[in-house]
Write a protein that binds this ligand. Structure first.
Ligand code: AHR
Length: 490
């Protein structure tokens, strides 16, 4: 028998706007995330425009990616921007010490990134080098990108870009507690103030400064960073990765059992508690919620695909990832007042990717499709929901079977996102909603670990949903096991 679930959608009590930037992405110089995945160079036999893969660019445009963070991650705190400008081929070749020890020829630098962001219609979130660079180097990078005049602007023009770029977001280092310099937060907060002081942009433009934030449940970090540097920044990050196991044995991306399914989804729901408690630490110093909370790295992290370079963080992406993405997006949208940005790790070929490529082939992952189904949530108005769901459990892992979020879209329609995390039982829902017509899409598959593969790219793909009806103000929906459903109500 299906779970009986009631959901109350409080359409008459609209909440804050769900910032489209919670659908942001992250593209690091890591494995084939950039090289091969986005950039193949203008001379490649893979169809490309000025070096960017046509297939990937089109897929990202279709996804309406609002924002992309670059160049890292850990890579950011060893990146020296001057090595990535000027004629390609004359740029220095370095070792990517964090990610696989492979060579980095700097073919993809500031111009290539900014051009890419413009091509896909996304805003740029550039992370500066606090860990191993100087404030001067950082200040000059910002000047190079944004100044209308002066010798750095002239250098930029000689390198092909006369008009200054917009730089809406700038990160002051990455994971300063770890790969960004192994700092104590007291020291990191001082450096955040110092480096942030020299991030200057021309009058009439604005660049929001994002402090390097805490690792998952490290509330002390947020507390001290806010206390000491909260007035010097516009946002503060938090990173939380969902691992089925622990860092030594993360667990496979596919071929897992039901206990691993339940454990992964139960662990990802900790995101809610992390947001609540980091927000509480921020509220102490910023009760008006001027500083944004940016979940600027999140997603699943599994054992690497067997046979691949473990430093490349390559992993399969299954229906479990799509369900997990939906659970997180629902959490972000329920905290839309403080969570104004999130960047899933990562965009292409790395960790919980939207897109996988192999030579000239491309596949859209289940996570891509989940993100696509949520496009109507971008800049929509959050609508509070109350969910009364039975539990789903396996072994000691327990979570509500059904999760829901709602939003009033910019097109005026009411959107209700429903996730049934139970892989064995369906759910039947009663929802009181204003409206007279309902339509929907569903993402599900026969197996918990179903993937889209090269040569079989459509296995997990959204389809029209016919399991909902609406009459007399009551919407009835029956969700199959392990499914994500997006309803549109008019
Ligand atoms: O996304 C992979 C890595 O995870 C990032 O480079 C780093 O910031 C985090 O530890």
């Amino acid at each position: 028998t299906p779970h009986a679930v009631t959901v109350t959608v409080n359409a008459d009590r609209p909440g804050p706007v769900i910032d489209r930037r919670i659908f942001g992405q992250f593209a690091e110089h890591l494995g084939t995330g950039i090289y091969g995945g986005i950039w193949v160079g203008p001379n490649s036999r893979i169809p490309n425009t000025r070096g960017y893969r046509n297939d990937v660019v089109q897929a990202l445009k279709d996804l309406k990616v609002p924002l992309v963070r670059w160049p890292g991650g850990c890579f950011a705190d060893e990146y020296h921007w001057r090595e990535g400008i000027g004629p390609r081929g004359q740029r220095p070749v370095k070792i990517n010490t964090h990610w696989g020890g492979v060579t980095e020829d700097n073919a993809f630098g500031t111009h290539e990134f900014m051009d890419f962001a413009e091509m896909i219609g996304a805003e740029a979130y550039v992370s500066g080098n606090v860990g191993s660079g100087t404030p001067q180097e950082m200040a000059e990078w910002v000047e190079y990108m944004t100044a209308p005049a002066g010798s750095l602007a002239e250098l930029r023009a000689r390198n092909g870009r006369k008009t200054p770029w917009k730089l809406p977001y700038f990160g002051l280092g990455n994971e300063l507690w770890g790969c960004g310099g192994s700092m104590r937060v007291e020291y990191a907060a001082d450096l955040t103030r110092r480096y942030g002081t020299f991030v200057k942009v021309p009058a009439g433009t604005r660049t929001l400064k994002i402090a390097s934030g805490a690792n998952s449940g490290d509330y002390h970090w947020t507390d001290v960073m806010m206390r000491e540097a909260g007035k010097n920044v516009d946002g503060i990050g938090v990173h939380y990765y969902t691992l089925p196991g622990d860092w030594a044995h993360k667990g496979p991306a596919t071929g897992f059992d039901e206990a691993a399914w339940a454990r992964t989804l139960a662990k990802t729901r900790m995101m809610d508690e992390f947001i609540v408690r980091h927000s509480a630490a921020m509220d102490k110093y910023d009760p008006e919620k001027k500083v944004i909370l940016a979940l600027d790295e999140w997603g699943t992290w599994y054992d690497p695909t067997p046979g691949t370079n473990p430093g490349f963080l390559q992993q399969e992406n299954s229906l479990r990832d799509a369900i997990l993405a939906a659970i997180n997006i629902n959490i972000f949208s329920r905290h839309a007042d403080r969570v104004r940005m999130a960047n899933i790790a990562q965009m292409v070929n790395v960790l919980q990717a939207m897109i996988l490529t192999r030579d000239a082939q491309m596949v859209l992952t289940p996570t891509y499709h989940a993100f696509k189904m949520y496009i109507p949530f971008q800049d929509a108005t959050a609508i509070p929901v109350e969910i009364n769901s039975p539990w789903y459990s396996k072994d000691q892992w327990v979570l509500p079977a059904v999760d829901a979020a709602a939003a009033r879209g910019r097109d005026g329609k009411l959107y209700v996102a429903l996730v049934n995390a139970d892989p064995n039982r369906g759910a039947s829902l009663d929802i009181a909603v204003p409206g007279s017509r309902v339509s929907g899409t569903i993402l599900t598959a026969d197996r918990m670990d179903a993937t889209n593969e090269f040569g079989r790219p459509e296995a997990v793909t959204p389809r029209a949903f016919d399991g909902a009806s609406l009459s007399g103000g009551t919407l009835r929906a029956s969700l199959p096991p392990k499914s994500l459903v997006m309803l549109a109500i008019e």
